[in-house]
Design a protein around this ligand. Sequence first.
Ligand code: AR6
Length: 336
Amino acid sequence: MMPLHIIRNDITRMKVDAIVNAANSSLLGGGGVDGCIHQAAGPELLAECKTLGGCETGSAKITKGYKLPCKYVIHAVGPRWRNGKHGEREKLVSCYRVSLELAKEYGCETVAFPLISSGIYGYPKDQALKIAVNTISDFLLENDMTVYIVIFDRKAYQISEELFSDIAAYIDDTYVAAHTDSRVSRLHRMQTLTLRDADEILYDAPLAPRVASTKTLNDALSQIDESFSEMLLRKSDEKGMTDAQCYKKANIDRKLFSKIRSDRLYKPSKPTVLAFAIALELPLDETKDMLMKAGFALSHSNKFDIIIEYFIERGNYNVFEINEALFAFDQNLLGA
Ligand code: AR6
């Protein structure tokens, strides 16, 4: 459903139109993911690669997939990491761009990338991931395609140490606040309780008729609130966003968006609501309001909700960074 997914898998098992190989400029095979791909595809892949005459760093060439479950293999040549001052970044960005353009040219709708250059070529994994995410999401703003970034080892997908411990501390604090009944708050509740009781005793006030009971069920139903779908469309109008800007920023599939648009009572999943709330950069109270319209709430009893709240409170609405954090804490990803 989302156009960009980050998953953990062996890329040779991906049933997509094309997988990307982290090759070297000879295109004649090697270690790492290159070795895995050639092994799984069989010798015909090497035979075709031999006809290609190699490939420059920062570029890519396409072959068939042979015994692999994918139709094509796009062989991209990433830069070797030296110290970051030798155009490594530009070359890596170019690898992703050229590969995506090739995939598009061959009519691929689904493409899987490994983290190019982040193994034998030594590119720092967090930077390699950021470049992959940014370059692919730029491309997806203009193109309809589903792209997977396939992470092999757990370590590759790690948010910065600092952010991790900051979120961890936030979770601890929020958990503590939600799960312990401090003496102060207990006292506070006891006091409000006592005061109210005292009031009733002192004034012996007759119970006022409850307003709700005078309303008929029909009255109540006729004042039904704005639905989730209506709020979404209103907010997106208010922000001057087009439909495409809205669903792309939310990392939500176009088909799902048009379903929501055409059905005012559409019942979305909680991660879908949150993905839109983040795309629309809603403050916390409006996020909660939008969740409520779909029958959900943010709770302090689970890490997913706390992490979302953490980002919203800090005004960080980057869905990919949020997903990195969710992933690091073993949570489901937004929109997934
Ligand atoms: N599926 C997904 N990811 C994988 C797999 C797999 N089966 N195997 C490894 N990775 P690398 P590079 C990850 O070294 O750094 C070759 O010899 C791995 O954990 O394969 O671009 C070529 O011929 C790492 O994060 O590629 C070149 O000479 C990422 O894939 C050179 O290595 C890329 O690691 C290219 O080095």
